[in-house]
Design a protein around this ligand. Structure first.
Ligand code: NDP
Ligand code: KPL
Length: 326
């Protein structure tokens, strides 16, 4: 089986290093810059639970057109980078191959199989993903795994490790089963979900406050219990997001423990959120996938989001300032 990890940074690098170490698939990676140079020279490695695993991929490139058609392409780019890869990605997929998107937040293909109302403009502004790639190849993915690029070629992992995937339609398809089997064999917990959007909401409750508030304040969630007030803002954002999910048909009212998310027990908070890593490194943040689209859904459904309405402009302003400096 030919597998390509497209955007093999923190999350994708973790997955690729495991798949390379296991050796069940022919693994190629698309990466760039110093990270790509290190992978090409030495290989791609993951530090996890006191071990280092990985090795050299079959191919490493910043030009996906150099790779043969793939049976599975795993997209582990940040959401704002996705529209630009719609065309090269389409060419990379073998007929009936799957494109498995591991992203936090609401994905561009959300409406596929629900009302087929097309792409979400905040995530796919020119509709390139919907038009050029098409949602039919999509497998949705949700990752519980905290990772960071320690140095070029080396990813470091902390804490939980669950990689959920599922068809937007909820079917248990052979392609989802095959991907899950491959990941399980490589040492991951990789369940196939029959309601991947439910899993997305569940994960989003952790990200919708944790990511933007850690990025704006530079205080990681683990330190919120000692930073009065941040947790209260976070609780508001989570509660509003639960209401938005409910308005769209997913009821979590009794099952989301906002207090445990904003006031985590020692050792339960994960590392530095991916958005905090982005702001520290001057990279674009996933503002719309993690917060903007929640507000957009809220507006459509007539749900009030007073806390999100304050935080979102601050986050958009911070993101614009970062992009202005690039
Ligand atoms: N990190 C984490 O702990 C977690 C992240 N997630 C989610 O997973 C997704 C991926 O996040 P993460 O792994 O942190 O992101 P990273 O930024 O670490 O990885 C993305 C990689 O893709 C590269 N890239 C972007 N565009 C291209 C391109 N056109 N060609 C080649 N390479 C490209 C980036 O390079 P460059 O750096 O040069 O831009 C980077 O190395 C996000 O949706 C995130 O929210 C989910 C759970 C936890
Ligand atoms: C939940 C958390 C914070 C785990 O690292 C995450 O998903 C992220 O960093 O984006």
């Amino acid at each position: 089986m030919k597998v390509c990890v497209y955007g093999a940074g923190a999350i994708g690098g973790h997955l690729a290093a495991r798949l390379i170490a296991k050796g069940d698939a022919e693994v190629s990676v698309v990466a760039r810059g110093a990270h790509l140079a290190a992978i090409s020279e030495n290989g791609l490695f993951l530090e996890t639970e006191g071990k280092v695993i990985g090795g050299k991929p079959f191919a490493a490139t910043d030009d996906p057109s150099k790779l043969p058609p793939q049976d599975l392409v795993v997209l582990s780019l940040k959401a704002p980078s996705l529209p630009a890869v719609a065309r090269p990605l389409k060419k990379l997929l073998a007929p009936s191959a799957a494109a498995l998107f591991f992203n936090n937040g609401i994905p561009w293909w959300w409406r596929y199989g629900i009302d087929d109302g097309g792409s979400l403009p905040l995530l796919d502004p020119d509709g390139l993903l919907w038009r050029e790639l098409g949602p039919e190849c999509v497998l949705g993915g949700v990752v519980y795994s905290s990772n960071a690029l320690k140095q070029p070629g080396v990813v470091t992992h902390f804490g939980a490790n669950k990689w959920i995937m599922g068809e937007p339609t909820g079917d248990r398809s052979p392609r989802a089963e095959a991907a899950a089997e491959l990941f399980e064999a490589a040492g991951l917990s990789a369940p196939v979900s029959e309601d991947i959007r439910r899993d997305m909401w569940e994960k989003l409750f952790r990200n919708v406050a944790g990511n933007p508030l850690s990025a704006i304040t530079r205080v990681p969630t683990a330190d919120w219990p000692r930073a009065p007030g941040i947790g209260e803002v976070g609780r508001g954002m989570i509660k509003e997001t639960v209401e938005v999910a409910r308005a769209l048909g997913w009821d979590f009212a009794d099952s989301v423990d906002a207090e445990a998310i904003v006031n985590p027990a020692p050792g339960r908070a994960g590392g530095r959120s991916s958005m905090l890593q982005d702001v520290e490194m001057g990279r674009p943040m996933e503002v719309e996938a993690i917060v903007g689209q929640v507000q957009a859904f809220a507006r459509e459904a007539g749900v009030a989001t007073p806390t999100i309405d304050v935080i979102l402009p601050l986050l958009r302003g911070l993101d614009a300032a970062i992009q202005h400096k690039r």
